[in-house]
Design a binder for this molecule. Structure first.
Ligand code: MV4
Length: 450
């Protein structure tokens, strides 16, 4: 029991620190890896050991598999947590870890590979009895097949890259005259971006909600869920606000979506923390879209409602430990909302705003959690993602959570760089947000009207 003796964190920023904290709670020593741009970063300061793995460019550091494996070998780490982004959903990396006798903290390489191909994931979920968006039963090979499918489901349709996901390489087609042109463009974009030209087709759902279910499975066949999150408030496929429970679901629909998510994950023997993503239309018809096989940015929302440390569970399950709770032991309390604080300028089309933080103040008090790696005099690097903090609030009710979110945003100040804090304040005080009356297009509409 307990083969994991030291964890290497193959990531940076807030999630690296988040993972270090759970390791400390579990009494597991940690090894940070860092690029030269991150030598003064919090994850380096708060890990037990730290190893420089390369220059600033992610390709030459956080994405460089040989450098990371060498760091594991030098430090004697026998497990790697990939966080999110970078190598988190790289099936090849998970496989190499396995072959090197290093525990990859996540699901097996095979599962990452299966769910990483969005068209195969669809087919697998259909087989498991999960409702999927009407569309092609696999990749679309030629124009004849394309026309047959479109005739069956009708316009509008969306063409997606099989190796894509998270919004990359998608094209919406509204009528016949644009069909072939878009099909060819989607194929060549997919080839360029993912080195795989395969695409598939779905009925395009207008004004949808993006609702996802948090799952937790161990290697002994046990699986629980921690409810859903509504992640519809996003801009250019970057989520900005996530909340749980979803303001649009009634208890009956919620139960059904969650039951399908659990069924789908059980069907593939899923054995880590994972998320089933659904798209939900105005009439609350819901369809499976993708499965994320990593810990997500917004996992904290579910932690806030359940009191369960998802990262600790991930580590324990990778270490073969059994889930020590049943679904009936999980209570999902009240309402939680997360907002992402980014170093960017909402008045300049959200242009990244790296630079030195002169001074800052973080909010606190009852019902507030801030996950961040920043501190006064820290220099935000231009090389990485612009997300610098997550603010998560809890309230007994949605309106209490929104009040508390306002209180916390008022206390949150960062001097020296531009951030989206004022934009978030405007957004959470719109009538639409307060009513829970929004969909995936809301932020773009809000921007064009302000
Ligand atoms: C869709 C969709 C409508 N219908 N699929 C966006 C993220 C990725 N997980 C899939 N996404 C979507 N898939 C069907 N069948 C709408 C989106 C979508 C979107 C699409 C185009 C432009 C902006 C969008 C914003 C949010 C969601």
């Amino acid at each position: 029991m307990g083969k994991i003796t030291k964890v290497l964190i193959a990531n940076r920023g807030e999630i690296a620190l988040r993972i270090i904290r759970s390791c400390k709670d579990l009494n597991i020593p940690t090894v940070a890896v860092f690029s030269t741009a991150d030598k003064n970063s919090s994850h380096v300061a708060f890990s037990d050991e730290a190893i420089c793995i390369g220059p600033p460019s992610a390709r030459e550091s956080y994405l460089k598999i040989p450098a990371i494996l060498t760091a594991a070998e030098i430090s004697g780490a026998n497990a790697i947590h990939p966080g999110y982004g970078f190598l988190a959903e790289n099936a090849e990396f998970a496989k190499i870890c396995q072959e090197s006798n290093i525990v990859f903290i996540g699901p097996s390489s095979d599962i990452i590979g299966l769910m990483g191909n969005k068209s195969n994931a669809r087919a697998r979920m259909l087989k498991a009895g999960v409702s999927i968006v009407p569309g092609s039963s696999g990749n679309i090979e030629d124009e004849l097949e394309l026309k047959k499918i479109v005739k069956k489901i009708g316009y509008p349709i969306i063409i997606k890259a099989s190796s894509g996901g998270g919004g990359k390489g998608m094209r919406v087609v509204k009528n016949e005259k644009d069909l072939l042109k878009n099909f060819k463009m989607a194929q060549s974009e997919a080839k360029n971006a993912f080195n795989d030209k395969s695409v598939y087709v779905e009925k395009y759902i207008e004004e949808p909600h993006h609702i996802e279910v948090q799952l937790l499975g161990d290697k002994h066949g046990n699986m629980i869920h921690l409810g859903e999150r509504d992640c519809s408030l996003q801009r250019k496929h970057q989520k900005m606000i996530e909340e749980s429970p979803s303001p649009i679901l009634n208890d009956e629909k919620r139960k059904k979506i969650i039951a399908e998510a659990v069924r789908g994950a059980k069907a593939i023997g899923y054995d880590s923390a994972g998320t089933m993503e659904f798209i939900v239309d105005k009439n609350l018809n819901y369809y499976f879209m993708e499965m994320n096989t990593r810990i997500q940015v917004e996992h904290t929302v579910s932690e806030m409602r359940s009191g369960i440390d998802l990262v600790a569970k991930q580590i324990q399950f990778a270490d073969d430990k059994k889930l020590n709770l049943q679904q009936k032991d999980v209570t999902l309390n009240g309402h939680a909302i997360e907002v992402r604080i980014n170093a960017e300028d909402p008045l300049e089309n959200f242009l990244p705003s790296p630079g030195k933080i002169k001074n800052m103040h973080l909010p606190g008090g009852f019902g507030i959690r801030v996950d961040t790696f920043i501190f006064p005099n820290y220099v935000i690097s231009p090389y990485y993602d612009s997300m610098i903090a997550k603010l998560i609030v809890y309230g007994e009710t949605r309106s209490m959570a929104i009040n508390r979110l306002n209180r916390a945003l008022d206390e949150f100040w960062i001097d020296g760089i531009k951030t989206n804090i004022f934009f978030l304040k405007e957004l959470v005080n719109t009538i639409e947000f307060k009513k829970g009356n929004y969909n995936t297009h809301f932020i773009e509409e809000f921007i064009s009207k302000r």
